[in-house]
Design a protein around this ligand. Structure first.
Ligand code: SPV
Ligand code: MG
Length: 559
């Protein structure tokens, strides 16, 4: 149903239509949410809010139209456009009508003031009205121009405002209805509704009446409806409310200097999010913007050889261990693809010829026996450019973990399993032989629940490594990390700096830089002042680094 048809439907409904003056899309959305029937795109309010200028034909047709378009996008209830004098003569009125129809507006209201008009209530302004015939000509032109049959043309007379008397007001109203107006607005600036009531009494009733109780503001809707009004327009109360609210808030902040001093006078940020449609955007995001949509390169480190896994890995690297019909590597690539990460590089070493999955760029670390993870990663140095995901080749994980990591805004983010602490507290056998332990700046809560339901926010890592004293550890790094472009650059720079300053000395927990692990460089970055964030998780992953682990993976993974 087009916007005009909606207004026609309301006109057929019993009772008065209650419209409220909007000055922008936000105020219109609030009016709709408050349950009013229609929007009045007020010339007075738009002049005030858009340009902070008087309501005196200073605002142009196109400036006003732009606001009406914004309003039409923000609400679905009918919009009545206050088009002053129609922005010119009858021909200008025709274009005004078509512009409004295209903007998705239901109706226009044009008044019989001489152009340039002055707001009906400005004191000391000499008022002149155009001849009746001329305004009738504008009404006829408007009706002739409209494309949608439902489009509503409201004729407004300022005869009472100009002091031309009730008789003239009635005469004009009847003439405009005769000329084809769909409704008539007889404007009044009397403090009492009585003046209008008298005119309404004599009204022929050929078209509905529109009332604007700006000055006779103590009149109830029931009284106006009873007297014969079909559309009641509360023309400017929202803009006046906004001015008062803004001014009071500004006074408070100016005096107190803490923005929070005004908290009881302002809405919360989530309320703003709700009004402007953030929940809807989030829904759309889930549906149409899969995480990882932004270009990310995944680098899988799969060069190593672990003799405790022999003979399982006699003829293939660990990442090719099959678990229920899929290798660990196929599972990892599947999860990456599910998150829309198609740009994948892999560093091979032990039994490199066995790895030949398509659509992956391969790098080889032929010195895998006497070098560490870090050396392997830098075999793919060319890949360390933009946003980068680093993944150990021997972990099996829920895709949800990867999704959570991808949502992290941090420049350097490492996935940390905080369930480790529970195992530790229970005195259970450690799951992994040499876990990469992590110590956080703010330890997670002591209770099981506070780790299971992990609070949002920052979780800065202060120490990482296998030699971290267990009593200082809060979780286990799972072998999955993400770097923003800036983070990746810092990662490279730290490595280069370490290379430059290294002689034969050890590097954190390793005997040398060439034997260093990924976590050694992370510790180096922390020491150099980089912020490394943990993305805490609670289980949902496995690392296969023993025969028992391999058996467990078979038992646990469903398919
Ligand atoms: C407006 O809102 O611009 C109007 C109604 O024309 S009033 O200001 O009450 O005249
Ligand atoms: Mg106006």
């Amino acid at each position: 149903m087009n916007n005009a048809a909606k207004l026609r439907a309301l006109l057929k409904r019993p009772g008065a239509i209650k419209a409220v003056g909007a000055h922008d899309a936000l105020s219109a959305r609030l009016i709709e949410r408050a349950g009013f029937d229609a929007i009045w795109a007020s010339g007075f309010a738009i002049s005030a809010s858009l340009k902070c200028i008087p309501d005196a034909s200073f605002i142009t047709s196109s400036e006003q139209l732009e606001v009406e378009r914004n309003i039409a996008e923000a609400v679905s209830i009918p919009i009545i456009a206050d088009c002053d004098t129609g922005y010119g003569n009858a021909l200008n009125v025709m274009r005004t009508v078509n512009d409004r129809e295209r903007a998705g507006v239901a109706a226009i209201c044009i008044e019989d003031n001489v152009y340039p008009k002055r707001c009906s209530f400005y004191a000391g302004v000499r008022r002149e009205l155009i001849p009746i015939e001329e305004h009738c000509g504008k009404i006829k032109a408007a009706k002739a121009a409209q494309i949608y049959p439902e489009f509503v043309v409201i004729a407004r007379t300022e005869a009472l405002i100009a002091g031309w008397g009730q008789e003239e007001a009635l005469k004009r109203a009847e003439a405009y209805a005769e000329a084809g107006a769909d409704a008539v607005l007889i404007h009044s600036k009397s403090k009492k509704f009585d003046e209008l009531k008298a005119v309404y009494k004599a009204w022929s009733g050929r078209v509905p009446l529109v009332v604007v109780p700006t000055i006779f503001d103590q009149t109830t809707a029931a009284e106006m409806e009873e007297a014969g009004a079909k559309i009641i327009i509360y023309a400017n109360q929202p803009v006046r409310a906004a001015i008062r609210a803004m001014r009071d808030t500004l006074d408070i902040i100016k005096k107190d200097t803490r923005p929070g001093a005004a908290n009881d006078r302002i809405v919360t940020l989530p309320e703003v999010y709700d009004i402007v449609g953030v929940p809807r955007m989030e829904e759309d995001e889930k549906q149409f913007l899969p995480v990882g949509g932004e270009k990310i390169t995944a680098i899988i480190a799969a060069a190593g050889f672990e003799k405790q896994l022999l003979p399982l890995i006699e003829d293939k690297p660990k990442c090719l261990l099959d678990i229920k019909g899929k290798t660990i590597l196929e599972r990892a690539v599947g999860a990456l693809n599910e998150c829309n990460i198609k740009d994948i590089a892999l560093i091979r070493g032990y039994k490199k010829e066995a790895i030949a999955l398509p659509n992956i760029r391969y790098y080889d670390n032929d010195r895998y026996e006497d070098t560490g993870e870090l050396y392997s990663l830098f075999c793919a140095e060319n890949e360390l450019k933009g946003r980068t995901l680093i993944l150990y080749g021997d972990i099996i994980f829920d895709t949800a973990i990867l999704e959570k990591l991808l949502k992290s805004p941090a420049d350097i983010a490492l996935v940390v399993d905080v369930a480790w602490l529970d195992q530790e507290q229970r005195g259970a056998q450690p799951t992994h032989l040499n876990p990469d332990l992590v110590s956080l700046a703010e330890p997670p809560g002591k209770s099981y629940l506070s780790r299971f339901v992990i609070p949002e926010g920052e979780h800065r890592i202060v120490r990482i490594g296998q030699q971290l004293p267990r009593e200082q550890a809060h979780g286990e790094f799972i072998g999955m990390a993400m770097f923003s472009e800036k983070g990746t650059q810092a990662f490279r720079e730290c490595y280069k700096a370490a290379q430059a300053s290294q002689a034969s000395a050890g590097f954190h927990e390793s005997r040398s830089l060439s034997k260093a692990s990924f976590t050694d460089l992370i510790q180096e970055m922390i020491n150099r002042g980089h912020t490394v964030q943990a993305v805490p998780i609670f289980k949902g992953w496995m690392e296969v680094d023993s025969f028992e682990e391999y058996q467990k993976a078979w038992a646990k993974i469903r398919q």
